[in-house]
Design a protein around this ligand. Structure first.
Ligand code: ADP
Length: 468
């Protein structure tokens, strides 16, 4: 079966339903209207004839000319007069009433189809239907029974067409107007559907382009609005934004990682080439190997850090959580790291009792280790590192403060980026991944990291966690 587009399907269904509803309504209105009108015509006919029954009287005093003069209308009849009151309605609203003898001959009144009705026998108080030419007529007969009027009939006649004229004109007008209105409705419906569904087309185009990876910056533009489609487009745009960021971060990471690995790799290769090219003294070989080892270690650290970082970012289930005794954990890490005493720096640790957090001990230790390592790395000769752990209201605060080289204002924002290293700290020891890992680990524990620093004075890193 051929599949139509949503727009065509909706329009087709809508059109068929509309045509059906309009046609059924049209014929029902015509049918019911016709029934009602025909009944009204017949009721009118009966009412008019019944009314006229009382407007005829017989007067016996034939010689009384004065009486005859005093009557509105009179007809000589059977040795007397038939007096017809002024209220006698011989024609009203196309209803004609005639006074007839039993043989059908006219005595008084009007009958436009006297010829055609002559053959129709009188039937008291009954509506009969006859056809004259193309027109149907209703006939209503009433036998007069008042004294002296025996043998006389009142016959009312009305054309069925009379009531249908208006209905026919309505039907004719509707027959022209309704298809036109239906057409307008269908075209309007089609255009509205097209307009309403346009965002879906945009959506699908944008999704297709993004799917092909050709333009991640593309956004769906369907203008202002608050309907379902606008909300959907909005959600898609947000999703595209996140995808774009993710892809960019991915690309950045790959490019940064290759860049970082290239330097030690070039050094190693250069050392190898140099050593292989010319005969060298054992000391020179020793030096070359030392350089190669140092650079190799650096690469190994970089690769390990990258692996850890990726695992953490991917939130693989490797990291289980358990209630941690932070007081113990922080104290123990500090105790171990105080032994480093690099540059004769002293590490002091102050922890509040019984601070606990739901988390991963290995990761938390890594967070603190990274911060303390940095404090050593960027500390000054004979400097100090202060580590504190305390709670404040519903928060847990872990701070690592040093009196080292500090961080320039411009760098404060950037140091959490992957591979970022401030110029004054490119010692070759770090990888630029330490702080981004600290931030990821804090995030893993539902926390955040803040930094305050002054160049040449020192830095203070604060991790804030929500108490469980
Ligand atoms: P790295 O491996 O270079 O230390 P990090 O991500 O740990 O990478 O840190 C990023 C940069 O932030 C460092 O290169 C350094 O410039 C700066 N930085 C981090 N900690 C400190 C600190 N305690 N004092 C001064 N600068 C710091």
């Amino acid at each position: 079966m051929k599949r139509f587009s949503i727009r065509t399907t909706i329009t087709l269904w809508f059109s068929v339903a509309l045509i059906l509803v309009v046609s059924i309504t049209y014929f029902m209105v015509l049918f019911v209207g016709d029934q009602v009108i025909q009944k009204t015509i017949r009721d009118n006919l009966i009412e008019t004839v019944e009314h006229n029954v009382d407007e005829i009287e017989f007067y016996k005093r034939v010689d009384d000319a004065a009486l005859a003069q005093s009557l509105d209308h009179y007809v000589k009849w059977d040795g007397g007069y038939l007096g017809v009151d002024d209220d006698f309605l011989d024609e009203i609203n196309q209803v004609y009433t005639s006074l007839c003898k039993a043989d059908g001959s006219l005595v008084y009144g009007e009958n436009p189809i006297a010829k055609e009705t002559a053959a129709v026998g009188f039937r008291n108080a009954t509506v009969q239907q006859i056809k004259a030419g193309n027109t149907t007529y209703y006939i209503f007969d009433r036998k007069l029974t008042q004294e002296g009027l025996e043998g006389l009939w009142l016959r009312g006649v009305v054309s069925e067409v009379q009531g249908s004229i208006q209905l026919n004109s309505i039907a004719r007008t509707s027959l022209i107007l309704l298809p036109f209105l239906v057409l307008v409705a269908i075209i309007g419906g089609y255009l509205i559907t097209k307009r309403m569904l346009k965002p879906i087309q945009n959506l699908s185009d944008a999704a297709a382009q993004i799917g092909q990876g050709s333009d991640l910056k593309k956004r769906i533009d369907i203008g202002e609005g608050k309907d379902e489609l606008h909300r959907l487009a909005d959600q898609f745009n947000k999703m595209f934004g996140r995808l774009d960021n993710a892809f960019q971060a991915e690309r950045q990471f790959t490019s940064d990682a290759s860049h970082e690995l290239r330097t030690p790799m070039s050094v190693i290769l250069a050392q190898c080439e140099m050593s292989l090219e010319h005969e060298q003294s054992p000391e020179e070989y020793q030096d070359a190997l030392n350089v190669i080892e140092r650079q190799g270690k650096k690469m190994a650290k970089l690769i390990n850090d990258m692996l850890d970082f990726t695992r953490l970012e991917l939130k693989s289930d490797r990291y289980t959580t358990e209630p941690l005794d932070l007081t113990k954990l922080v104290s123990s890490v500090c105790e171990d790291m105080a032994l480093i005493r690099e540059n004769n720096i002293t590490l002091t640790c102050e922890t509040q009792e019984n601070v606990t957090l739901l988390g991963n001990a290995q990761l938390f230790a890594r967070l603190l280790t990274n911060l303390i390592s940095n404090a050593y790395r960027y500390g000054k000769e004979n400097g100090h590192i202060f580590v504190t752990l305390k709670t404040e209201q519903d928060k847990i605060l872990l701070t690592v403060e040093d009196d080292g080289i500090g961080i320039a204002k411009d760098d404060l924002e950037k140091i959490f980026r992957r591979f970022y290293q401030a110029d004054n700290s490119r010692t070759g020891a770090g990888t630029g991944l330490g702080l981004s890992m600290v931030r990821e680990i804090a995030k893993f524990h539902g926390g955040e990291v803040f930094v305050e620093s002054e160049l040449g004075v020192g830095s203070k890193f604060t991790c804030v966690f929500q108490k469980n």
